[in-house]
Design a protein around this ligand. Structure first.
Ligand code: ADP
Length: 538
């Protein structure tokens, strides 16, 4: 066969010609600004010329500090295609982490949304390798005025540039994009995606056994481009011709509902917290979401109650997916196999984290380091390998995460013989009570299905007798009475007695990480510092 590199430039050429009439629509607050993929292709070429003039001549890192929008898509396409590396900075990280990441990656240019200038300005003076900042959209530029950096206007910079670019032939194994994990322990670690890994991953995203994208779909990409590459949606859109709706900075339930009603996407992807906010909004204020065929929920465990509520009340099928930055990020997706005929059987599959596709092999490793069987019952830490799973961290060593060619995910669960994964916890969140493991996720999902509970988080806290015991912190529906006994007996009908939490607290909100996941560290610390008003049931 011919040796043809699987490159982003090839994807860009294909999407902007064959699917030249597909569109990217960016929400402005009242409506959208729209561009065709042909226009995006021309502007990506212009951006590449402009970046060459700013000294991006080889594999320099070009960072983005942006929401999901047209210009971010242009950067996604232009930067890797010209042979440089796109580095998506997570705008929600702590300033120290942002500085660490930009310096570690040695970012040369940062492209920033005008609305994010105040955030970038705080950290820019400490980003020692950044020489150019390119600003897109409205916002006061003054805070960016520092001696080491030249500030440019995105539209002005690209305006006079040619609309075609002689994209260099890259090695498909070269780095195309760089993303850092949010660093739950220690410093964030970088994962470099190659042109080849992005190409192969995009194919999976487009497949029916993926997100099933075609040029007949319109994708609402809520999941940020600054986190885990927006689940591959941007590249998969250029591969499939699916149009994109980008929410920009409007990520709250009300504007999302308005966007859905106006732009009529058929497909969407976001983390559970965004969807549960949207569900509450729709229940309270209504809204037309009838265009949505399917929404993929992942990033943390999707409560089955959320899936059912969307199906029962809005006819929207929620598809559960699991992934992580280290695997591009799609790891598994939950579509019931054809053998599951009745609704109960289908439901049993839907609530799992899904099936690992052909390219992602998985195995479970028990506490003693032995591989345990994939029999639907044996529990272990999930290890994976495949062409879009990282083989190392960028200029960083973390030998604990790699096990003879397998990547250790830190997620604990079971695998079935037919390839379905059910996660019970993250290794560090499992509650280890007297030699038994209690799944915090299972307790949370059950509690969140209770009509009085909006959100629930369960963490292990030190216990003299058992080592660790569960503490349940719940956010109650407005006006609901505090009835821990009632919640406990509700759980008692669903899980073994020894798993029932003794310690309970009501909180205003479950603390979230930079990417909207439950931040259990914060709850453990609040408990340790005596900040929670804990009731102990005996
Ligand atoms: P981090 O949260 O560590 O910054 P990622 O965003 O890459 O990094 O998150 C990956 C982790 O998110 C997985 O290892 C897993 O613990 C969790 N996760 C992702 N999807 C799911 C899911 N569907 N169910 C449960 N956990 C999930």
């Amino acid at each position: 066969m011919q040796e043809v590199p699987l490159s982003i430039a090839r994807l860009l050429r294909f999407g902007s010609t064959v699917h030249g009439t597909s569109t990217v629509s960016t929400w402005t607050g009242e409506g959208v600004r729209r561009a065709t993929y042909a226009e995006v292709g021309s502007r990506a070429a212009q951006l590449a010329h402009a970046l060459r003039e700013l000294g991006v001549t080889s594999d320099q890192r070009v960072a983005t500090f942006m929401f999901n929008n047209q210009e971010h898509l242009e950067a996604y396409l232009a930067v890797p295609s010209m042979g440089a590396v796109l580095h998506t900075l997570n705008i929600r990280l702590f300033p120290e982490q942002l500085v660490y990441i930009a310096n570690h990656a040695q970012d040369h240019v940062v492209i920033v949304d005008g609305a994010l200038i105040p955030l970038l300005a705080k950290v820019l003076p400490e980003m020692t390798t950044v020489r150019h900042v390119v600003v897109s959209g409205a916002g006061d530029r003054t805070p960016l005025a520092i001696p080491t950096v030249q500030v440019h206007e995105y539209d002005e910079l690209i305006a006079a540039q040619p609309t075609t670019f002689d994209w260099p032939e890259v090695d498909e194994h070269d780095g195309a994009a760089l993303c850092y994990t949010s660093g739950t322990t220690g410093n964030p670690k970088g994962v470099v995606y190659s042109h080849r890994s992005i190409w192969l991953h995009s194919t999976q995203v487009c497949m029916t056994e993926g997100f099933g994208l075609t040029d007949n779909e319109t994708v609402l990409a809520v999941v940020p481009q600054f986190h885990a590459m927006s689940w591959g949606l941007a590249y998969a859109a250029f591969m499939s011709g699916a149009s994109l709706v980008m929410p920009d900075r409007f990520l709250q339930a009300a504007p999302l509902a308005a966007m859905i009603a106006a732009e009529r996407p058929t497909f969407a992807g976001a983390v559970p917290t965004i969807w549960s906010d949207l569900l509450r909004h729709l229940d309270a204020d209504g809204g037309d979401v009838s265009s949505l065929r399917e929404v993929v929920i992942g990033g943390s465990a999707c409560p089955p109650s959320l899936m059912e509520a969307f199906w029962d009340r809005y006819g929207i099928r929620v598809v559960h997916a699991w992934g992580m930055t280290e695997c591009s990020p799609l790891g598994s997706i939950s579509r019931p196999p054809v053998t599951a005929v009745d609704e109960d059987a289908k439901r049993a599959y839907r609530i799992t984290q899904g099936r690992l596709p052909a390219a992602v092999e998985g195995r479970l490793v028990g506490p003693d380091g032995e591989v345990v069987p994939s029999d639907g019952g044996s529990v272990g830490e999930l290890e994976i390998r495949g062409p879009w799973v990282t083989a190392s961290y960028y200029l960083d060593d973390d030998p604990d995460k790699f096990d003879e060619g397998w990547f250790r995910t830190g997620d604990v669960g079971v695998l079935t013989g037919d390839g379905f994964l059910t996660l019970t916890d993250r290794a560090k969140d499992v509650i280890k009570s007297g030699g038994e493991w209690i799944s915090s996720v299972e307790l949370e999902n059950l509690l969140m299905a209770h009509p009085d509970v909006i959100e629930a988080s369960v963490v292990g806290v030190p216990d003299d007798k058992w080592g660790e015991r569960p503490l349940a912190s719940v956010v109650l529906v407005e006006g609901a009475a505090v009835d821990f006994e009632g919640l406990r007996s509700y759980l008692g009908e669903r899980v073994a007695r020894w798993q029932l939490p003794e310690r309970w607290a009501v909180i205003d909100e479950v603390p979230k990480t930079s990417v909207g996941k439950f931040d259990k560290k914060v709850l453990r610390r609040r408990y340790a510092d005596g900040e929670l008003d804990v009731t102990t049931l005996v």
